[in-house]
Design a protein around this ligand. Structure first.
Ligand SMILES: Nc1nc2c(ncn2[C@@H]2O[C@H](COP(=O)(O)OP(=O)(O)OP(=O)(O)O)[C@@H](O)[C@H]2O)c(=O)[nH]1
Ligand SMILES: [K+]
Ligand SMILES: [Mg+2]
Length: 373
């Protein structure tokens, strides 16, 4: 049996298994198996890499935003509106066949916006350019999931499922579970909260499924088996996602109102240029960037040249090397220690430190002295 068949068998079994106390372990195990096979799907296959058709677009600017959506929802129209790059838009599906980068300039920051080919159901398993598109989405700081307001909710849940299946977790934080594999000593299990979804026995079963027999596990949150599996597997990406309903010029006011009230959602019309400013504000919030403007004594701050900092590390982490690395050398002289602790940046770090500084610093647990690496 191939992996896809195995996955579909397990999915079917999960679907037909009633959810109750008696089936809890069985379901937990099935989910562990499912996650294992999906991980294998993610491993780059030889045939795919030999085609060499990845969308290698250089990261640039202070943050990266990927446009994900079904064909013809208006992704390219949006890119052409918001940036000075023109991306071909047309009324037929799959107009865009590659990754097209543009830059949004906002509050002194350069936000790289990536237009991508439309994706459809089955994308994660390689349909169309699905895999490449999703690979780019993984590298983003925020995903904009663009939806056609006239098409209902199906598209949204289908795409969520695609991204979910390859380990992208939308608008969720990393489960607060301490997990450390050990050389010996069996499994030590503890929790600081009452657990309603997992138990010691289930945790052990899941670990055994992954051939882990020695480990330290500490639940600091009432997590589900799925979340625990995410922690074991480890290569999950926790990504803020903004759901953008485009083409609201085509639907009734009542419908617009309903969509606009959904969590993490913004309604727009590229065609009539409606609500685009608000979308930008929301995007800025989701990127969680902070601007620092430096000023010389006796002069006004230079608002044209901000140092863009990201939520996720304390101000002590913003060292001179960081400023050096992000190319704002002119600021170094002005930002010497003592560092300006009054900047109201309890959690800041430089965004452009390199490829590894991305993604890990979104929503640190409150009060934690999180580093951004
Ligand atoms: N009515 C209406 N039409 C729009 C709006 N935005 C885009 N369109 C139209 O929708 C069609 C598809 O737009 P594209 O920008 O090509 O869509 P896309 O998502 O990039 O499509 P693919 O590249 O094929 O995946 C075009 O005919 C656009 O003119 C809008 O706000 N309202
Ligand atoms: K199109
Ligand atoms: Mg397009």
């Amino acid at each position: 049996m191939g992996i896809l068949e195995k996955i579909s068998e397990i999915e079917k079994e999960i679907a037909r298994t009633q959810k109750n106390k008696a089936t809890e372990y069985h379901l937990g195990l099935l989910k562990a198996k499912l996650a294992k096979y999906r991980a294998q799907l993610l491993e780059p296959s030889k045939s795919a890499s030999s085609k060499g058709e990845g969308f290698d677009v250089m990261k640039s600017g202070d943050a990266r935003v990927a446009l994900i959506g079904f064909p013809s929802v208006g992704k390219s129209t949006f890119l052409s509106l918001m940036t000075s790059t023109a991306s071909e838009a047309a009324s037929y599906e799959f107009t865009t066949l590659t990754c097209i980068p543009g830059v949004i300039e906002y509050k002194g920051a350069n936000i790289q916006l990536l237009d991508l080919p439309g994706i459809i159901e089955g994308a994660a398993q390689g349909k169309g350019r699905g895999r490449q598109v999703i690979a780019v989405a993984r590298t983003a700081d925020v995903v904009i999931m663009m939806l056609d307001a006239t098409k209902g909710e199906v598209q949204r849940s289908l795409l969520e499922k695609e991204l979910e299946s390859v380990g992208i977790r939308l608008n969720k934080h990393k489960p607060n579970i301490y997990f450390k594999p050990k050389k010996g000593g069996g499994i030590s299990f503890n929790s600081t909260v009452t657990l309603t979804q997992c138990s010691e026995k289930l945790v052990q079963l899941i670990l055994h499924e992954y051939k882990i027999f020695n480990a330290e596990v500490l639940f600091r949150e009432d997590c589900s088996p799925d979340e625990f599996i995410d922690v074991i597997v480890g290569n999950r990406v926790y990504m803020p996602c903004l759901y953008v309903y485009n083409k609201i010029d085509q639907i009734s006011m009542e419908e617009v109102d309903r969509l606009a009230r959904k969590p993490n959602s913004v309604v727009i019309s590229c065609g009539m240029k409606l609500n685009l400013d608000y979308l930008l504000e929301m995007l800025w919030e989701y990127l969680a960037l902070t601007c620092i403007y430096t000023k010389k004594r006796g002069q006004r701050p230079d608002f044209t040249d901000a140092i863009i900092l990201r939520k996720g590390a304390s101000v002590e982490h913003v060292g001179l090397e960081d400023l050096w690395a992000c190319g704002k050398r002119s600021h170094i002289a002005q930002l010497q220690s003592p560092l300006p602790t009054a900047l109201h940046c309890a959690t800041v770090s430089v965004t452009t430190r390199g490829p590894h500084s991305r993604g890990n610093c979104w929503m640190p647990p409150p009060g934690s002295p999180s580093s951004f690496m």
